[in-house]
Ligand binder design. Structure first.
Ligand SMILES: [Cu+2]
Length: 172
């Protein structure tokens, strides 16, 4: 009896440890060194569109500048680093080689202007409620394994964004 009991409890302890090991890397990967992702979201793709947008809120807790140098995801052919701005009243996106993460600053990617991740050649549409696994590589050597939540536009970077701000560029 004693033997069976201790075998069972040992098995339970072992499988609990295995489960925790399986969960821990995903949870901890939101942070790599001084770089912490506090929000990871994507917009639902427009019907028929082959591209989609991803938006991160990233805090650089450190004293040294860092930058995003590349990103990848299994949901699409490849991920580009983009910036968006108004040029002669037309919204233009262009690819950039890197996205800067200045020391001590928070980068809040938002639809309508500035930096975003662009999912090129989506394998299937991005729908609200889905998650998009994305690996982000940093110049400092860090790597983030993220799960971007597909959410409606008004929920993106919404925790401290001011109402109406960030959308105005797209209205004119
Ligand atoms: Cu883009």
């Amino acid at each position: 009896m004693n033997l069976r009991k201790s075998t069972l409890s040992r098995w339970l302890a072992a499988s609990t440890a295995a489960l925790m090991l399986a969960i821990a890397p995903a949870a901890m990967a939101q942070r790599a060194g001084d770089i912490e992702v506090t929000q990871a979201q994507a917009l639902p793709s427009i019907p028929g569109a082959r591209n989609g947008g991803g938006f991160l809120t990233i805090v650089n807790h450190g004293n040294a500048d860092d930058k995003i140098v590349s990103a990848a995801s299994p949901v699409c052919g490849h991920v580009e680093l983009h910036t968006m701005r108004m040029e002669n009243n037309i919204m233009r996106m262009r690819e950039v080689g890197e996205i800067p993460l200045p020391a001590g600053k928070t980068l809040r990617m938002q639809p309508g202007s500035g930096y975003h991740l662009m999912f090129m050649d989506l394998k299937e549409p991005l729908k609200v409620g889905a998650t998009v696994p994305v690996t982000v590589k940093l110049a400092g050597g860090g790597q983030l394994q993220l799960q971007l939540k597909v959410e409606p536009r008004d929920k993106i970077a919404g925790d401290s964004a001011m109402p109406g701000m960030g959308m105005q560029g797209g209205m004119h």
